[in-house]
Design a protein around this ligand. Structure first.
Ligand code: OAD
Length: 250
């Protein structure tokens, strides 16, 4: 893969990096994406599984589906794309990961600044008293929705469902970081779900360099400064190699 001189120059001069990620970055770890040929939303209806109303209507079914997803995620590991981003932290002043993923793989890969716009599947909380329940306290084989030890409320996964607002502090900080960034990498996302998709748009509007990595064109390709098409697990280690060369030779 050849990178243009102008792209390499942007890397040389960059100090603040934002990496905006979606399900595609975890595809090579074996975690299914949402859209596309084998996407989850092709087979299942989001409104029946990923909404608060669905949970109230059928809490055990929704809980069981999240337990199933958790068990898949538990068996998987971060891939070369996640680890490349972690290593990038050595070469820039600040690398912030703003992710739509709930799979916790960026944290498991060792990234220090992770902003989870859609929550984290490994955390839970009581819908009544909001008390947090970590995954470790709730057995994975438990198919029935657990109840809060203190108030008896239902315990739900700490993820953002359709119709719910994003964690406002996390979103505001992500917007700020994107606007301040010199480069915003956009990796493995169809960039069609808002408000999350405002993050790369805001970065671009504020003058950041938008670099897209995806296996195919997306909504963002038209406005990206650079697009690299292929698997993130192949492309990110190559970009990291260039970063190492450029940042250790100045
Ligand atoms: P999508 O499933 O919409 O998009 C996945 C993207 O990853 C697509 O653009 C693929 O082309 C790309 N892709 C697949 N494999 C790849 C690979 N190996 N390397 C690089 N790119 C690859 O997933 P998201 O954009 O993350 O929301 O979806 C956004 C939100 O929609 C999710 O956070 C979720 C879902 O409903 C909530 O749960 C609130």
């Amino acid at each position: 893969m050849n990178f243009t001189d102008s792209f390499l120059k942007r890397i040389t001069n960059a100090e603040k990096i934002v990496v905006f990620t979606g399900a595609g970055i975890s595809a090579e770890s074996g975690i299914p994406t949402f859209r596309g040929k084998d996407g989850i939303w092709n087979k299942l209806k989001p409104e029946e599984l990923a909404s608060f109303n669905a949970f109230l209507k059928n809490p055990d079914m929704v809980w069981e589906w999240y337990q199933h997803r958790r068990s898949i995620i538990h068996e998987k590991s971060p891939n070369a794309a996640h680890y490349s981003i972690t290593e990038m932290e050595k070469y820039f002043d600040k690398v912030s990961v703003v992710t739509q993923n709930v799979d916790n793989l960026h944290r498991r890969a060792g990234n220090n600044n992770v902003y989870e716009l859609h929550g984290n599947i490994e955390r839970n909380y009581c819908i009544e008293c909001k008390r947090p329940y970590n995954d470790s306290g709730l057995e994975l084989e438990n198919k029935q929705v657990p109840k809060c030890d203190y108030c008896g409320g239902l315990i739900r996964p700490d993820v953002v469902w359709f119709g719910e607002v994003l964690p406002q502090d996390v979103f505001a900080e992500s917007e700020r970081l994107a606007a301040e960034s010199d480069i915003c990498f956009v990796i493995g996302t169809s960039a069609v779900v808002y408000p999350a998709a405002y993050i790369p748009l805001g970065a671009k509007q504020a003058g950041s360099c938008l670099v897209e990595i995806n296996i195919e064109e997306t909504e963002l390709s038209q406005i990206a400064d650079y697009s690299y098409f292929g698997a993130a697990g192949k492309i990110m280690p190559k970009i990291l190699d260039e970063i190492k060369k450029l940042k250790t030779s100045i």
